[in-house]
Design a protein around this ligand. Structure first.
Ligand code: PRX
Length: 698
């Protein structure tokens, strides 16, 4: 196992600060934490956990973290096998806890954890908890779109519900290794569906129910599921969305491509739509409620190898086609459970709510698997967080006495725009820990979240991670060290972040550059479904020897990490990852669009907005109608969340002589930083820049 030597970039600071204060007088910042003194000031911008919080925290001091972190790097096999032993394994893994090759120069990229270990993640989420006496504990509180509508399941009930669906799936021929697509909103049935697949060794691929028929079809064609699970409709805020008709269209499209899905199991979401109004294809479509409850409430577990696939989740990259990120069972299980426990300082009395949808990785790792592996009580919310008004989240917090609340900066920013009374009229006194994910949280949103929502007493875990990483990579451990608003702080156990320059050289100390990771961790994805070459090219070739995250990052003098956003052609809109190439190809498929180039621009609420430069086919005039139909094209091909915020008419695009679009210039024009256009002399036709500027407000 090569190159696992520890990089000392952040430890040196924590370590040096954890010595007793020298007689010289000046107490270092971290000594202050250790001594329990609050030295927070504008100058050093440190926000300290209270003494009471630290005293009860799982990791309560920098020293404890340093000790555990060092062991995780010096002896990863020992560190992770000790943790893994706390799960149920039908058979223990082989002699080697993990094996890895992360260097393309040394052969194919390969990562394995707990190989030979036989387990089942559904068993560990449900049966194990029931056997441990948690059967009567609430597993899920489900809160419907309309206030007052809700349901709940205990761990025993959830196990039975999962078993019934698992039995149905087995009965219709779904076997270990088969793909099942899940296109469901945040009903209780969504985690149930994921767990049922896992129970029988089927590979789920959840598609966010905001994706269009085209996007859903693309994913179906790629993974060829035997069954698709959906519901007839859903209400989000005041709007009804007819999901079944989107699925119908997607199934038509995929069968034209030669992929036909035998069964469409449809949950009747009666609060949104009636059976009578739901279009139906006999022979293929089956009402969930007509069949699933008839099946036995126990179902034998399919034991799988730690390295057998658990799920596929498609995510955007810098080229058009979405990537099927593949996670396997054992390492993912150990990693999501452990990160959940430490980053949220989880206690068995906590009630936990993550506002993410299970259609994204956050919902996989931190709505379903991570919390349930810990036997946590999880809130699942169907609706929109500002419906019927901006106080809904805090109403839900009070209703279920939520103690850990995990959300995205975009939601914080949007709620922040409304009157504080929407927050303050609810008590929120149950809150203990807050969390943030999806994009960098700007310090002003951080402070509003911390001061107002958390009454200045709840640490914020600003968790940096990705679909690919499976779980948290850089995150505060609440109670262990002071936070800096906007910094994800320090790496989780076993994670070795490195910052490299353009040539791939590691930079030490205070610096900025590209964020990479050295060595593997149990939750890492193992491949891109059906395209291992793209996996290697995208993630392991840009900086040989490392996993490349696609993010820029800086490290400050105290060793804190600050994520600065994507450095590739991916835009982060409201925490959703959108490839510019995907939006461009949707726009270019409009018959009147000759060419399109898409860039991200700063957006007050969404973090980044989508700004599209569009060149029309010769002779076609600009019009408001055309603008709308271009936006419609994107909604139709990807989903409403990817709709451009702005269409900028472009007689031409700035290109180099070899035909490459210079996005740097487009970004400057989009953000109106016209004095910073830089050198435009290398353009094939520099006059396009003036033409674009002239059309900026058209
Ligand atoms: O740019 C980073 C940003 O979200 C990207 C990963 O997106 P996705 O795979 O969709 O997963 C989102 C949820 C994990 C990253 O490359 N990102 C995520 N969390 C943070 C973040 N940027 C800054 N701070 C974060 N806490």
């Amino acid at each position: 196992l090569r190159n696992r030597k520890m990089s000392s970039n952040h430890l040196s600071h924590i370590e040096s600060m954890s010595q007793a204060p020298s007689g010289a007088g000046k107490i270092s910042q971290l000594n202050a934490v250790i001594l329990g003194e609050s030295l927070a000031s504008e100058e050093n911008d440190l926000v300290f956990p209270s003494k009471e919080f630290s005293a009860q925290a799982l990791v309560s001091s920098p020293q404890q973290y340093v000790e555990m972190y060092k062991r995780s790097i010096d002896d990863p096999a020992g560190f992770w096998s000790d943790i893994a032993s706390q799960f149920y394994w039908n058979q223990k893994w082989g002699d080697q806890v993990f094996s890895e090759n992360l260097d393309v120069r040394k052969g194919p990229i390969q990562i394995e954890w707990f190989k030979g270990g036989i387990t089942n993640i559904c068993y560990n989420c449900l049966d194990k908890n029931v056997e441990a006496g948690l059967g009567d504990k609430t597993a899920i509180y489900w809160e419907g779109n309309e206030p007052g509508v809700g349901a709940s399941s205990t761990y025993s009930e959830l196990l039975q519900q999962v078993c019934q669906l698992a039995n149905y799936l087995k009965d219709v021929g779904v076997k270990k290794g088969d793909a099942v697509v899940i296109y469901l909103p945040m009903l209780m049935e969504l985690p149930i569906a994921m767990l049922a697949c896992a129970r029988i060794g089927a590979v789920h691929s959840v598609v966010f129910a905001g994706f269009s028929a085209d996007s859903l079809a693309q994913r179906i064609i790629d993974c060829k599921p035997k069954v698709i699970l959906t519901c007839n409709a859903v209400k989000r805020g005041p709007k009804t969305i007819n999901l079944k008709s989107i699925v119908d269209a997607a199934l038509d499209l995929s069968s034209k491509d030669g992929v036909s899905v035998g069964i469409c199991l449809t949950y009747e979401n009666a609060s949104a739509e009636t059976r009578e109004n739901t279009k139906w294809k006999n022979g293929r479509d089956v009402w969930w409620q007509d069949v699933v409850p008839k099946y036995p409430t126990s179902c034998e577990v399919e034991w799988v190898d730690a390295e057998d696939p658990l799920f596929l989740l498609y995510t955007s990259g810098s080229t058009g086609k979405p990537k099927g990120v593949l996670h396997t069972t054992g390492g993912y299980m150990v990693y999501t459970a452990t990160t959940f426990k430490y980053a949220f300082d989880y206690k068995s009395t906590d009630v936990y709510w993550c506002t993410a949808d299970c259609g994204w990785i956050t919902g996989h790792s931190y709505v379903t698997y991570g919390p349930m592996l810990n036997g946590a009580t999880v809130v699942v919310f169907e609706g929109a967080p500002n419906y019927p008004d901006s106080g809904r989240c805090w109403e839900i917090v009070d209703k279920y006495k939520i103690s850990i609340f995990y959300t995205a900066p975009t939601l914080v920013r949007s709620l922040m725009r409304d009157d504080d009374k929407y927050v303050t009229r609810h008590s929120r006194k149950s809150l203990r820990v807050l969390g943030s994910v999806g994009e960098p949280i700007n310090p002003s949103a951080w402070r509003w979240f911390f001061n107002l929502v958390g009454d200045s007493k709840c640490p914020i875990s600003d968790t940096w991670w990705q679909t690919e990483t499976g779980g948290f990579m850089i995150t505060p451990l609440p109670g262990a060290w002071p936070q800096k608003p906007g910094s994800a702080t320090f790496p989780f156990f076993g994670v070795q972040p490195v910052i490299v320059d353009e040539k791939g050289n590691e930079i030490e100390g205070e610096c900025s550059g590209y964020l990479c990771v050295k060595g593997s961790w149990p939750g890492a994805f193992r491949t891109l479904f059906g395209d291992h070459e793209r996996y290697e090219t995208t993630y392991f070739k840009p900086f040989e020897g490392y996993y490349f995250s696609g993010d820029g990052c800086s490290r400050d003098k105290d060793g804190y990490y600050w994520l600065t956003g994507r450095v590739d052609d991916v835009i982060n809109v409201s925490g959703h990852r959108i490839g510019t190439a995907e939006v461009e190809s949707a726009l270019a498929s409009h018959p009147q669009c000759a060419e399109a180039a898409v860039v991200g621009v700063e957006h007050e609420v969404k973090g980044q907005g989508i700004y599209a430069f569009v060149t029309l086919v010769e002779g076609v005039p600009y019009s408001e109608e055309l603008r709308k139909s271009l936006v419609f094209m994107v909604r139709n091909q990807i989903g409403a969340f990817a709709a451009p915020d702005r269409i900028h008419w472009a007689p031409g695009l700035p290109k180099t002589r070899s035909g490459k679009i210079m996005r740097r210039i487009l970004r400057k024009i989009a953000s109106r930083q016209l004095e910073e256009l830089g050198d435009i002399s290398t353009l094939a036709d520099p006059s396009v820049v003036d033409q674009l500027i002239a059309l900026a407000d058209v």
